[in-house]
Design a protein around this ligand. Structure first.
Ligand code: ADP
Ligand code: MG
Length: 409
């Protein structure tokens, strides 16, 4: 079998594998169908990019976002990997198809809606395939937090090439979603590899809202280094960004309603900056690789524990101490319940379970990390020593409060 280490070092310039990468890559090189569950920043892309270089034939990568594909394309091309994207916005589609037919592509990135397309399947039959990589694979599950109906159509494409190995990748999958991914994509249960989810350098802090603008402004004023503030709506982003400007920090907004050129500039400036705060909707951050984000602050309840983990996971990728703040109010839960009432009935139980899990996280008087890690099936000690509840046990605060009242009565 091919030795992946020399390729890791020469093509990717990394001295060694991280975590479970080596295990995942070996399975893929042995043509075994695999689901890799690895946290954000763990290096999932390498798990298919390296085999794509090592193996004969093209690796077809399914990815849900065009912007993400183009980021990946740039990064892969920069290190000499022969890659292309085939999406509706690409003007060089004819050339890409010709390159694929000539066997000149290591990586071909496509959107999931192509998979159902018969002419695309015909095209795939015209040149050797090395691998199917399905990125953000939780999108295939209605239990997942980001279901995309187009992911369901992937199975037709995969089954049309039964001898081509499949690698599904996701950062965020609870037990139910994982089982669903295996089933939907035809991967055996013993083909799942799960990496540790703990991010010990991130300190989790969760509090009720009182004056949310002031609470966020205090953090932004006090905490140095680059930071991301997540607001729930575009309007919320605009308002917060405006108010935070008075903290004296460099603050920029980011949401889908901004002029694309402004949005791209704000993102690029943030990535290059050592002290900027970006106020954004959750659309921000996917595919951004900025190692030195020192804090993430949620001005309101995230959509799910998976979303919370993914968004807070953008802090401290360099391993240095970082803080994840979250402020929530009872009205966030009321709104979430209302939203659940509006989704298709068969999806409501899953959505309700997700909201309950999130409620347990924000309301717990015990270790936050324990709840997070156990949610992802990771073993976790009772106390982590690096969350608000471990650092300031609420029981102790209540007891002094009770004692004070008792004494003053
Ligand atoms: P994920 O998709 O799991 O969030 P990425 O594939 O975007 O993560 O990788 C995150 C970062 O880790 C990238 O900057 C990548 O270059 C880097 N990386 C990946 N594998 C290694 C490795 N073995 N050694 C050092 N850095 C790595
Ligand atoms: Mg990724």
């Amino acid at each position: 079998m091919i030795d992946p280490l020399p390729i890791l070092q020469s093509t990717f310039g990394f001295p060694g594998f991280r975590g479970v990468q080596e295990q995942v890559v070996s399975r893929v090189l042995a043509a075994e169908n695999t689901l890799a569950v690895m946290p954000t920043g763990a290096g999932k892309s390498l798990c298919y990019q390296l085999p794509a270089v090592a193996l004969d034939g093209t690796c077809v990568v399914v990815s849900p976002l065009i912007a993400l594909m183009h980021d990946q394309l740039r990064a892969a091309t920069a290190i000499g990997i022969r890659a292309a994207t085939l999406t509706s916005v690409d003007t060089d589609q004819m050339e890409t198809i010709a390159r694929f037919r000539r066997g000149e592509l290591d990586l071909l990135y496509v959107a999931p809606e192509r998979a159902s397309n018969e002419s695309f399947r015909n095209l795939l039959g015209q040149s050797p395939l090395a691998l199917f990589a399905i990125d953000e694979a939780h999108c295939v599950s209605e239990w997942g937090h980001d279901f995309r109906p187009d992911y369901r159509l992937l199975r037709t494409m995969l089954d049309a090439f039964p001898h081509v190995p499949r690698l599904a990748l996701t950062a965020t999958a609870d037990a139910h979603t994982r089982a669903d991914i295996l089933e939907q994509l035809g991967i055996p249960h013993d083909g799942m590899i799960v990496a540790g989810f703990d991010r010990p350098n991130i300190q989790y802090r969760i509090s009720p809202k009182d004056n949310i603008t002031r609470q966020i402004a205090d953090i932004v004023a006090e905490q140095p280094g680059p930071g991301i503030v997540y607001a729930q709506t575009r309007k919320g982003v605009e308002q917060l960004a405006e108010r935070l400007a008075s903290t004296g920090r460099k603050v920029r907004p980011y949401h889908a309603g901004l002029d694309p050129a402004v949005r791209a500039r704000n993102q690029a400036d943030f990535v290059a900056s050592e002290d900027m705060v970006i106020v954004a909707t959750v659309a921000f951050g996917m595919g951004i690789d900025k190692p030195d984000v020192r804090f993430v602050a949620h001005a309101g309840l995230p959509k799910s524990i998976e979303g919370y983990y993914q968004e807070t996971g953008r802090a401290g990728r360099d391993g240095d101490p970082s803080i994840a703040h979250l402020f929530w109010g009872a009205e966030d839960f009321a709104k979430a319940r209302q939203r659940i009432g509006e989704v298709e009935p068969h999806r409501q139980p899953g959505e309700r379970a997700r909201l309950t899990a999130l409620g347990a996280l924000v309301e717990t008087p015990t270790c936050r990390r324990q709840i997070l890690l156990r949610h992802f099936g990771d073993p976790a000690p009772d106390t982590c020593g690096n969350c608000d509840n471990c650092l300031n046990p609420p029981g102790a605060i209540d007891a002094t409060e009770v004692a004070r009242k008792f004494l003053s009565a």
